[in-house]
Design a protein around this ligand. Structure first.
Ligand code: PMP
Ligand code: PLP
Length: 481
Protein backbone atom coordinates (compact mmCIF):
# COMPACT_ATOMS: atom_id res chain seq x y z
CA UNK A 1 0.00 0.00 0.00
CA UNK A 2 1.36 3.40 -0.90
CA UNK A 3 1.83 6.08 1.75
CA UNK A 4 3.53 8.43 -0.72
CA UNK A 5 0.90 11.13 -0.46
CA UNK A 6 1.50 11.41 3.28
CA UNK A 7 4.12 13.74 4.84
CA UNK A 8 7.32 12.39 6.41
CA UNK A 9 7.87 12.40 10.16
CA UNK A 10 9.82 15.21 11.78
CA UNK A 11 13.33 14.47 13.03
CA UNK A 12 13.97 13.29 16.58
CA UNK A 13 17.78 13.19 16.61
CA UNK A 14 18.09 16.55 18.42
CA UNK A 15 16.14 15.23 21.42
CA UNK A 16 17.91 11.87 21.60
CA UNK A 17 20.51 11.14 24.25
CA UNK A 18 24.14 10.53 23.36
CA UNK A 19 23.67 6.93 24.54
CA UNK A 20 20.80 6.29 22.13
CA UNK A 21 22.52 8.09 19.26
CA UNK A 22 25.82 6.23 19.35
CA UNK A 23 24.48 2.77 20.16
CA UNK A 24 25.50 0.44 17.38
CA UNK A 25 23.38 -2.49 18.34
CA UNK A 26 24.53 -6.05 18.38
CA UNK A 27 27.08 -6.74 15.64
CA UNK A 28 26.49 -10.47 15.78
CA UNK A 29 22.81 -9.89 14.95
CA UNK A 30 23.78 -7.85 11.90
CA UNK A 31 25.27 -10.98 10.36
CA UNK A 32 21.83 -12.60 10.37
CA UNK A 33 20.86 -10.74 7.17
CA UNK A 34 23.22 -12.99 5.16
CA UNK A 35 21.29 -16.06 6.26
CA UNK A 36 18.81 -15.23 3.49
CA UNK A 37 21.39 -16.17 0.81
CA UNK A 38 20.24 -19.34 -0.89
CA UNK A 39 22.36 -22.32 0.02
CA UNK A 40 24.48 -20.56 2.59
CA UNK A 41 25.82 -22.83 5.35
CA UNK A 42 25.93 -20.89 8.61
CA UNK A 43 28.98 -21.49 10.74
CA UNK A 44 28.43 -17.94 11.98
CA UNK A 45 25.87 -17.11 14.70
CA UNK A 46 26.01 -19.06 17.95
CA UNK A 47 22.44 -20.23 17.57
CA UNK A 48 21.89 -23.55 19.30
CA UNK A 49 20.49 -26.24 17.03
CA UNK A 50 16.77 -26.78 17.54
CA UNK A 51 17.62 -30.49 17.72
CA UNK A 52 18.37 -29.78 21.36
CA UNK A 53 15.16 -27.92 22.19
CA UNK A 54 13.23 -30.38 24.36
CA UNK A 55 9.89 -29.48 22.76
CA UNK A 56 8.27 -31.38 19.89
CA UNK A 57 4.81 -29.91 19.91
CA UNK A 58 2.82 -27.19 21.64
CA UNK A 59 -0.96 -27.32 21.96
CA UNK A 60 -3.21 -24.63 23.36
CA UNK A 61 -6.97 -24.66 23.87
CA UNK A 62 -8.49 -21.31 23.02
CA UNK A 63 -11.93 -19.76 22.48
CA UNK A 64 -13.77 -20.30 19.24
CA UNK A 65 -14.71 -17.01 17.56
CA UNK A 66 -18.01 -15.81 18.95
CA UNK A 67 -17.90 -18.24 21.90
CA UNK A 68 -15.48 -16.38 24.08
CA UNK A 69 -16.57 -17.13 27.66
CA UNK A 70 -14.50 -19.34 29.94
CA UNK A 71 -17.35 -21.87 30.23
CA UNK A 72 -17.85 -22.09 26.45
CA UNK A 73 -14.11 -22.42 25.90
CA UNK A 74 -13.88 -25.22 28.42
CA UNK A 75 -16.64 -27.03 26.58
CA UNK A 76 -16.06 -26.26 22.89
CA UNK A 77 -12.72 -24.50 22.80
CA UNK A 78 -10.45 -25.22 19.85
CA UNK A 79 -7.11 -26.96 20.30
CA UNK A 80 -4.43 -25.50 18.05
CA UNK A 81 -1.02 -27.05 17.71
CA UNK A 82 2.41 -25.80 16.73
CA UNK A 83 4.96 -28.35 15.58
CA UNK A 84 8.70 -28.12 15.74
CA UNK A 85 9.38 -27.97 11.99
CA UNK A 86 6.08 -26.63 10.61
CA UNK A 87 7.93 -24.08 8.47
CA UNK A 88 10.12 -26.62 6.69
CA UNK A 89 7.08 -28.86 6.27
CA UNK A 90 5.02 -25.97 4.84
CA UNK A 91 2.39 -26.32 7.57
CA UNK A 92 2.74 -22.83 9.03
CA UNK A 93 4.73 -19.59 8.79
CA UNK A 94 6.05 -20.01 12.31
CA UNK A 95 7.18 -22.99 14.35
CA UNK A 96 8.98 -24.12 17.48
CA UNK A 97 12.39 -24.40 15.82
CA UNK A 98 12.21 -20.73 14.74
CA UNK A 99 10.31 -19.13 17.61
CA UNK A 100 12.33 -20.81 20.35
CA UNK A 101 15.70 -19.77 18.89
CA UNK A 102 17.38 -16.36 18.98
CA UNK A 103 15.60 -13.65 17.04
CA UNK A 104 15.85 -9.93 16.30
CA UNK A 105 15.19 -7.07 18.75
CA UNK A 106 12.17 -6.05 16.67
CA UNK A 107 10.49 -9.41 17.33
CA UNK A 108 9.53 -12.08 14.81
CA UNK A 109 8.48 -10.86 11.36
CA UNK A 110 5.40 -13.12 11.60
CA UNK A 111 3.81 -11.57 14.71
CA UNK A 112 5.11 -8.07 13.96
CA UNK A 113 3.22 -8.12 10.65
CA UNK A 114 -0.03 -8.84 12.52
CA UNK A 115 0.63 -5.91 14.87
CA UNK A 116 1.45 -3.59 11.99
CA UNK A 117 -1.69 -4.53 10.06
CA UNK A 118 -3.80 -4.11 13.20
CA UNK A 119 -2.25 -0.68 13.78
CA UNK A 120 -3.00 0.36 10.21
CA UNK A 121 -6.63 -0.83 10.50
CA UNK A 122 -7.30 0.93 13.79
CA UNK A 123 -5.12 4.07 13.63
CA UNK A 124 -4.00 4.56 10.01
CA UNK A 125 -1.16 6.96 10.99
CA UNK A 126 -1.27 10.04 8.71
CA UNK A 127 2.45 10.16 7.90
CA UNK A 128 4.63 8.01 5.66
CA UNK A 129 7.48 6.53 7.61
CA UNK A 130 5.85 4.95 10.68
CA UNK A 131 6.80 1.50 11.87
CA UNK A 132 6.11 -0.92 14.68
CA UNK A 133 8.60 -2.82 16.80
CA UNK A 134 7.91 -5.31 19.57
CA UNK A 135 8.36 -4.63 23.27
CA UNK A 136 8.30 -6.89 26.29
CA UNK A 137 5.38 -4.79 27.53
CA UNK A 138 4.82 -1.09 28.11
CA UNK A 139 6.65 -1.07 31.45
CA UNK A 140 9.90 -1.97 29.73
CA UNK A 141 9.09 0.24 26.73
CA UNK A 142 8.62 3.25 29.01
CA UNK A 143 11.94 2.54 30.70
CA UNK A 144 13.75 2.21 27.37
CA UNK A 145 12.13 5.26 25.79
CA UNK A 146 12.87 7.47 28.81
CA UNK A 147 16.46 6.32 28.64
CA UNK A 148 16.59 7.18 24.93
CA UNK A 149 15.29 10.72 25.34
CA UNK A 150 15.77 12.06 28.88
CA UNK A 151 18.82 13.60 30.49
CA UNK A 152 19.35 13.81 34.27
CA UNK A 153 17.75 17.06 35.46
CA UNK A 154 15.03 17.02 32.79
CA UNK A 155 11.33 17.35 33.53
CA UNK A 156 8.59 15.57 31.64
CA UNK A 157 4.93 16.61 31.53
CA UNK A 158 2.15 14.29 32.66
CA UNK A 159 -1.26 14.24 34.33
CA UNK A 160 -1.03 15.59 37.91
CA UNK A 161 -2.10 12.15 39.09
CA UNK A 162 -0.20 9.64 36.99
CA UNK A 163 0.83 5.98 36.72
CA UNK A 164 3.12 5.48 39.71
CA UNK A 165 5.49 3.04 37.96
CA UNK A 166 6.19 5.76 35.38
CA UNK A 167 7.28 8.21 38.11
CA UNK A 168 9.29 5.45 39.77
CA UNK A 169 11.04 4.68 36.46
CA UNK A 170 11.84 8.34 35.79
CA UNK A 171 13.06 9.46 39.23
CA UNK A 172 16.26 7.39 39.48
CA UNK A 173 17.17 8.63 35.98
CA UNK A 174 17.17 12.11 37.53
CA UNK A 175 13.94 12.95 35.71
CA UNK A 176 11.12 14.73 37.54
CA UNK A 177 7.51 14.77 36.43
CA UNK A 178 5.71 18.08 36.01
CA UNK A 179 2.04 17.55 36.85
CA UNK A 180 -0.45 19.25 34.51
CA UNK A 181 -3.90 20.05 36.01
CA UNK A 182 -6.74 17.75 34.89
CA UNK A 183 -10.51 17.60 34.85
CA UNK A 184 -12.89 14.70 34.23
CA UNK A 185 -11.50 14.44 30.67
CA UNK A 186 -7.88 14.42 31.78
CA UNK A 187 -5.17 16.93 30.79
CA UNK A 188 -6.24 20.56 30.37
CA UNK A 189 -4.74 22.07 27.18
CA UNK A 190 -4.89 25.69 28.43
CA UNK A 191 -3.11 24.73 31.65
CA UNK A 192 -0.43 22.86 29.75
CA UNK A 193 0.03 25.81 27.41
CA UNK A 194 0.33 28.16 30.40
CA UNK A 195 2.95 25.97 32.09
CA UNK A 196 5.03 25.87 28.90
CA UNK A 197 4.57 29.53 27.95
CA UNK A 198 5.65 30.73 31.38
CA UNK A 199 8.36 28.08 31.88
CA UNK A 200 11.14 29.54 34.03
CA UNK A 201 14.12 27.20 33.93
CA UNK A 202 15.71 28.78 37.01
CA UNK A 203 12.61 28.47 39.18
CA UNK A 204 11.84 24.99 37.83
CA UNK A 205 15.45 23.83 37.96
CA UNK A 206 15.05 22.20 34.54
CA UNK A 207 15.07 23.15 30.86
CA UNK A 208 11.71 23.46 29.14
CA UNK A 209 10.27 19.95 28.65
CA UNK A 210 10.35 18.21 25.29
CA UNK A 211 8.06 15.33 26.25
CA UNK A 212 4.57 14.60 27.47
CA UNK A 213 3.73 11.19 28.95
CA UNK A 214 -0.01 10.63 28.85
CA UNK A 215 -2.51 7.79 29.23
CA UNK A 216 -5.34 9.26 27.12
CA UNK A 217 -7.87 6.45 27.60
CA UNK A 218 -9.03 5.14 30.99
CA UNK A 219 -6.08 6.86 32.62
CA UNK A 220 -4.42 5.18 35.57
CA UNK A 221 -5.38 6.18 38.30
CA UNK A 222 -8.16 8.66 37.43
CA UNK A 223 -10.01 6.58 34.85
CA UNK A 224 -10.33 9.74 32.72
CA UNK A 225 -10.66 9.50 28.94
CA UNK A 226 -9.70 12.46 26.77
CA UNK A 227 -12.34 13.25 24.16
CA UNK A 228 -11.39 13.64 20.48
CA UNK A 229 -11.63 17.45 20.77
CA UNK A 230 -9.48 17.42 23.90
CA UNK A 231 -6.84 15.37 22.10
CA UNK A 232 -6.82 17.72 19.11
CA UNK A 233 -6.39 20.72 21.40
CA UNK A 234 -3.55 19.03 23.29
CA UNK A 235 -1.84 18.00 20.04
CA UNK A 236 -1.92 21.68 18.98
CA UNK A 237 -0.28 22.73 22.24
CA UNK A 238 2.38 20.08 21.63
CA UNK A 239 3.00 21.47 18.13
CA UNK A 240 3.24 25.02 19.47
CA UNK A 241 5.89 24.09 22.07
CA UNK A 242 7.55 21.26 20.11
CA UNK A 243 6.54 18.59 22.62
CA UNK A 244 6.87 14.92 21.68
CA UNK A 245 4.13 12.61 22.97
CA UNK A 246 4.46 9.25 24.71
CA UNK A 247 0.98 7.79 24.30
CA UNK A 248 0.72 4.86 26.75
CA UNK A 249 -2.49 3.04 25.84
CA UNK A 250 -2.91 -0.32 27.61
CA UNK A 251 -6.63 0.44 28.13
CA UNK A 252 -7.49 1.65 24.62
CA UNK A 253 -9.69 -1.37 23.93
CA UNK A 254 -11.27 -1.22 27.36
CA UNK A 255 -13.45 1.59 26.07
CA UNK A 256 -16.91 0.66 27.27
CA UNK A 257 -20.47 1.16 26.11
CA UNK A 258 -21.94 4.58 27.00
CA UNK A 259 -23.14 4.71 30.62
CA UNK A 260 -26.92 5.00 30.62
CA UNK A 261 -27.53 5.24 34.37
CA UNK A 262 -29.00 2.74 36.83
CA UNK A 263 -32.42 2.19 35.25
CA UNK A 264 -32.07 2.91 31.54
CA UNK A 265 -31.74 0.08 29.00
CA UNK A 266 -28.25 -0.94 27.87
CA UNK A 267 -26.83 0.34 24.59
CA UNK A 268 -26.61 -2.54 22.08
CA UNK A 269 -23.09 -3.69 21.15
CA UNK A 270 -21.43 -2.37 17.96
CA UNK A 271 -23.05 -4.14 15.00
CA UNK A 272 -19.92 -4.38 12.82
CA UNK A 273 -16.16 -4.03 12.99
CA UNK A 274 -16.38 -0.72 11.17
CA UNK A 275 -18.89 0.58 13.70
CA UNK A 276 -16.73 -0.72 16.56
CA UNK A 277 -13.58 1.04 15.32
CA UNK A 278 -15.59 4.22 14.68
CA UNK A 279 -16.91 4.10 18.28
CA UNK A 280 -13.35 4.33 19.67
CA UNK A 281 -11.91 7.73 20.59
CA UNK A 282 -9.28 8.54 17.94
CA UNK A 283 -5.72 8.02 19.17
CA UNK A 284 -2.93 10.59 19.07
CA UNK A 285 -1.26 8.29 16.57
CA UNK A 286 -4.26 8.64 14.24
CA UNK A 287 -3.95 12.46 14.26
CA UNK A 288 -0.15 12.59 14.19
CA UNK A 289 0.51 14.39 10.89
CA UNK A 290 4.01 15.38 12.04
CA UNK A 291 5.32 12.11 13.49
CA UNK A 292 5.71 13.39 17.06
CA UNK A 293 4.01 10.46 18.83
CA UNK A 294 5.36 7.21 20.25
CA UNK A 295 2.38 4.98 20.90
CA UNK A 296 2.67 2.05 23.34
CA UNK A 297 0.33 -0.90 22.83
CA UNK A 298 0.28 -3.94 25.09
CA UNK A 299 -1.45 -7.32 25.16
CA UNK A 300 -1.44 -7.18 28.97
CA UNK A 301 -4.98 -5.93 29.48
CA UNK A 302 -6.63 -7.51 26.44
CA UNK A 303 -4.96 -10.96 26.28
CA UNK A 304 -2.83 -11.64 29.38
CA UNK A 305 -0.22 -9.67 31.35
CA UNK A 306 2.04 -12.72 31.58
CA UNK A 307 2.47 -12.73 27.79
CA UNK A 308 4.97 -9.84 28.24
CA UNK A 309 4.40 -8.78 24.65
CA UNK A 310 3.52 -5.37 23.30
CA UNK A 311 4.66 -3.01 20.57
CA UNK A 312 5.42 0.62 19.92
CA UNK A 313 4.46 2.60 16.83
CA UNK A 314 6.64 5.59 15.98
CA UNK A 315 8.67 7.19 13.18
CA UNK A 316 11.19 4.80 11.64
CA UNK A 317 14.08 6.77 13.15
CA UNK A 318 12.80 6.05 16.68
CA UNK A 319 11.85 2.45 15.93
CA UNK A 320 15.31 1.73 14.50
CA UNK A 321 17.03 3.13 17.62
CA UNK A 322 14.61 1.27 19.90
CA UNK A 323 15.17 -2.10 18.26
CA UNK A 324 18.96 -1.56 18.41
CA UNK A 325 18.52 -0.95 22.14
CA UNK A 326 16.41 -4.11 22.43
CA UNK A 327 19.11 -6.08 20.59
CA UNK A 328 21.45 -5.47 23.54
CA UNK A 329 18.97 -5.68 26.43
CA UNK A 330 15.60 -7.45 26.28
CA UNK A 331 16.24 -8.89 22.79
CA UNK A 332 12.83 -9.96 21.50
CA UNK A 333 9.85 -10.89 23.70
CA UNK A 334 10.00 -14.58 24.66
CA UNK A 335 9.69 -16.74 21.56
CA UNK A 336 7.39 -19.07 23.49
CA UNK A 337 5.03 -16.15 24.03
CA UNK A 338 5.28 -14.96 20.45
CA UNK A 339 4.45 -18.40 19.09
CA UNK A 340 1.36 -18.74 21.31
CA UNK A 341 0.13 -15.27 20.33
CA UNK A 342 0.80 -15.88 16.64
CA UNK A 343 -1.13 -19.15 16.69
CA UNK A 344 -4.09 -17.51 18.41
CA UNK A 345 -4.18 -14.12 16.69
CA UNK A 346 -2.92 -14.74 13.19
CA UNK A 347 -3.74 -18.34 12.44
CA UNK A 348 -6.85 -18.95 14.54
CA UNK A 349 -8.74 -15.70 15.00
CA UNK A 350 -7.29 -13.46 12.30
CA UNK A 351 -7.94 -9.72 12.44
CA UNK A 352 -11.71 -10.12 12.34
CA UNK A 353 -11.78 -12.67 15.16
CA UNK A 354 -9.46 -10.51 17.26
CA UNK A 355 -11.80 -7.52 16.83
CA UNK A 356 -14.69 -9.78 17.91
CA UNK A 357 -12.69 -10.69 21.01
CA UNK A 358 -12.07 -6.98 21.73
CA UNK A 359 -15.81 -6.30 21.45
CA UNK A 360 -16.40 -9.17 23.90
CA UNK A 361 -13.95 -7.59 26.37
CA UNK A 362 -15.70 -4.25 25.91
CA UNK A 363 -19.07 -5.76 26.84
CA UNK A 364 -17.58 -7.61 29.85
CA UNK A 365 -15.95 -4.47 31.28
CA UNK A 366 -19.17 -2.54 30.69
CA UNK A 367 -21.00 -5.03 32.96
CA UNK A 368 -18.37 -4.71 35.67
CA UNK A 369 -18.29 -0.92 35.45
CA UNK A 370 -22.07 -0.84 35.83
CA UNK A 371 -21.86 -3.12 38.89
CA UNK A 372 -19.39 -0.85 40.69
CA UNK A 373 -21.41 2.26 39.84
CA UNK A 374 -24.63 0.78 41.15
CA UNK A 375 -22.83 -0.34 44.33
CA UNK A 376 -21.44 3.18 44.80
CA UNK A 377 -24.90 4.68 44.40
CA UNK A 378 -26.24 2.21 46.99
CA UNK A 379 -23.56 2.43 49.68
CA UNK A 380 -21.34 5.49 49.48
CA UNK A 381 -22.12 8.64 51.50
CA UNK A 382 -22.68 11.29 48.83
CA UNK A 383 -22.41 13.98 51.54
CA UNK A 384 -18.62 13.50 51.39
CA UNK A 385 -17.90 11.36 48.32
CA UNK A 386 -18.34 12.03 44.60
CA UNK A 387 -17.35 10.38 41.33
CA UNK A 388 -17.84 10.36 37.56
CA UNK A 389 -18.68 7.15 35.64
CA UNK A 390 -15.51 5.91 33.90
CA UNK A 391 -15.79 5.45 30.11
CA UNK A 392 -12.73 3.24 29.71
CA UNK A 393 -10.15 1.25 31.58
CA UNK A 394 -10.41 -0.57 34.89
CA UNK A 395 -10.40 2.21 37.44
CA UNK A 396 -13.02 4.08 39.39
CA UNK A 397 -11.74 7.31 40.94
CA UNK A 398 -13.59 8.61 43.98
CA UNK A 399 -13.25 12.06 45.49
CA UNK A 400 -13.49 12.53 49.24
CA UNK A 401 -14.32 15.96 50.66
CA UNK A 402 -11.65 16.10 53.36
CA UNK A 403 -12.88 19.54 54.45
CA UNK A 404 -15.86 17.84 56.07
CA UNK A 405 -13.64 15.50 58.09
CA UNK A 406 -13.99 16.09 61.86
CA UNK A 407 -10.20 16.45 62.26
CA UNK A 408 -9.72 18.92 59.38
CA UNK A 409 -7.77 21.26 59.32
CA UNK A 410 -5.96 19.93 62.38
CA UNK A 411 -4.92 16.93 60.32
CA UNK A 412 -3.38 17.23 56.85
CA UNK A 413 -4.93 15.73 53.71
CA UNK A 414 -2.42 12.92 53.80
CA UNK A 415 -3.11 12.12 57.46
CA UNK A 416 -6.84 11.98 56.75
CA UNK A 417 -6.18 9.80 53.69
CA UNK A 418 -4.06 7.44 55.80
CA UNK A 419 -6.72 7.24 58.49
CA UNK A 420 -9.48 6.42 55.97
CA UNK A 421 -7.24 3.90 54.19
CA UNK A 422 -6.53 1.97 57.41
CA UNK A 423 -10.17 2.06 58.47
CA UNK A 424 -11.23 0.64 55.08
CA UNK A 425 -8.76 -2.21 55.57
CA UNK A 426 -10.17 -2.80 59.07
CA UNK A 427 -13.57 -3.14 57.42
CA UNK A 428 -12.15 -5.76 55.05
CA UNK A 429 -11.60 -3.91 51.75
CA UNK A 430 -8.58 -2.50 49.95
CA UNK A 431 -8.50 0.60 47.78
CA UNK A 432 -5.48 2.57 46.57
CA UNK A 433 -4.55 5.96 48.04
CA UNK A 434 -4.62 8.84 45.55
CA UNK A 435 -1.38 10.30 46.93
CA UNK A 436 0.50 7.25 45.70
CA UNK A 437 -0.10 8.60 42.19
CA UNK A 438 1.10 12.19 42.60
CA UNK A 439 3.14 13.20 39.54
CA UNK A 440 5.19 15.37 41.87
CA UNK A 441 4.96 14.54 45.58
CA UNK A 442 6.67 17.83 46.49
CA UNK A 443 3.85 19.93 45.02
CA UNK A 444 0.98 21.08 47.25
CA UNK A 445 -2.22 19.12 46.68
CA UNK A 446 -5.72 20.09 47.69
CA UNK A 447 -7.66 17.02 46.61
CA UNK A 448 -8.17 13.59 48.17
CA UNK A 449 -9.03 10.55 46.07
CA UNK A 450 -9.17 6.79 46.28
CA UNK A 451 -8.87 4.38 43.35
CA UNK A 452 -10.93 1.22 43.15
CA UNK A 453 -10.74 -1.35 40.37
CA UNK A 454 -13.63 -3.35 38.96
CA UNK A 455 -11.26 -5.57 36.96
CA UNK A 456 -10.16 -7.99 39.65
CA UNK A 457 -13.01 -9.22 41.86
CA UNK A 458 -16.24 -10.95 40.74
CA UNK A 459 -19.48 -8.93 40.72
CA UNK A 460 -20.78 -9.86 44.17
CA UNK A 461 -17.37 -9.16 45.72
CA UNK A 462 -17.24 -5.73 44.05
CA UNK A 463 -20.63 -4.96 45.60
CA UNK A 464 -19.56 -6.13 49.06
CA UNK A 465 -16.19 -4.31 48.82
CA UNK A 466 -17.91 -1.01 48.04
CA UNK A 467 -20.39 -1.63 50.91
CA UNK A 468 -17.43 -1.99 53.29
CA UNK A 469 -15.80 1.14 51.86
CA UNK A 470 -19.02 3.10 52.46
CA UNK A 471 -19.29 1.79 56.01
CA UNK A 472 -15.69 2.80 56.81
CA UNK A 473 -16.04 6.30 55.34
CA UNK A 474 -19.28 6.92 57.25
CA UNK A 475 -17.62 5.86 60.48
CA UNK A 476 -14.56 8.01 59.75
CA UNK A 477 -16.67 11.12 59.12
CA UNK A 478 -19.10 10.36 61.95
CA UNK A 479 -22.06 10.06 59.56
CA UNK A 480 -25.21 8.05 60.30
CA UNK A 481 -26.54 5.26 58.09
N1 PMP B 1 26.50 -13.73 27.69
C1 PMP B 1 27.32 -14.49 26.91
C2 PMP B 1 28.78 -14.62 27.28
C3 PMP B 1 26.80 -15.15 25.77
O1 PMP B 1 27.58 -15.86 24.97
C4 PMP B 1 25.38 -15.00 25.47
C5 PMP B 1 24.72 -15.72 24.34
N2 PMP B 1 25.40 -15.59 23.11
C6 PMP B 1 24.61 -14.17 26.28
C7 PMP B 1 25.19 -13.57 27.39
C8 PMP B 1 23.14 -13.93 25.97
O2 PMP B 1 22.36 -14.69 26.81
P1 PMP B 1 20.77 -14.60 26.83
O3 PMP B 1 20.28 -15.38 25.64
O4 PMP B 1 20.41 -15.29 28.13
O5 PMP B 1 20.39 -13.16 26.81
N1 PLP C 1 1.03 1.70 31.51
C1 PLP C 1 -0.04 1.93 32.30
C2 PLP C 1 -0.69 3.28 32.29
C3 PLP C 1 -0.54 0.90 33.11
O1 PLP C 1 -1.61 1.15 33.92
C4 PLP C 1 0.07 -0.39 33.09
C5 PLP C 1 -0.41 -1.52 33.94
O2 PLP C 1 -0.69 -1.40 35.10
C6 PLP C 1 1.19 -0.57 32.27
C7 PLP C 1 1.63 0.49 31.49
C8 PLP C 1 1.93 -1.86 32.25
O3 PLP C 1 1.83 -2.45 31.00
P1 PLP C 1 2.66 -3.75 30.58
O4 PLP C 1 2.06 -4.93 31.30
O5 PLP C 1 2.47 -3.78 29.10
O6 PLP C 1 4.09 -3.53 30.99
Amino acid sequence: KSHDHKPKAKRWNHVMTQEATIRKGNSLKEAAKFLGRPGIISLGGGLPSSEYFPFEELSIKVPKIGHFSEAETREFGVVITAGKHDLAENKSNFDIATAFNYGQGSGSAQLLRFMTEHTEMVHDPPYQDWKCTMTVGSTSATDMILRMFMRPGDMILSEEYTFSAFVETARPMGVRVCGVPIDAEGLLPEEMDKILTTWDHVARGARKPHFLYTVPTGQNPTGATQSAERRRALYKVCQKHDIYIMEDEPYYFLQMQPYTGPNAPDVPPPSSHVEFIKSLVPSYLSMDTEGRVIRFDSFSKVIAPGSRVGWITAPEEVVERYSKHADVSTQNPAGMSQLILFKLLDEHWGHAGYLDWLIHIRMEYTKRRDIILSACAKYLPTEVMSWKPPMAGMFHWMNVDFRKHPDYPGKSIEMIEESIFMRVIDHGALVMRGSWFYADAEEEHDTLFFRATYAAAPGEKIDEGIRRLGEAVREEFGLGE
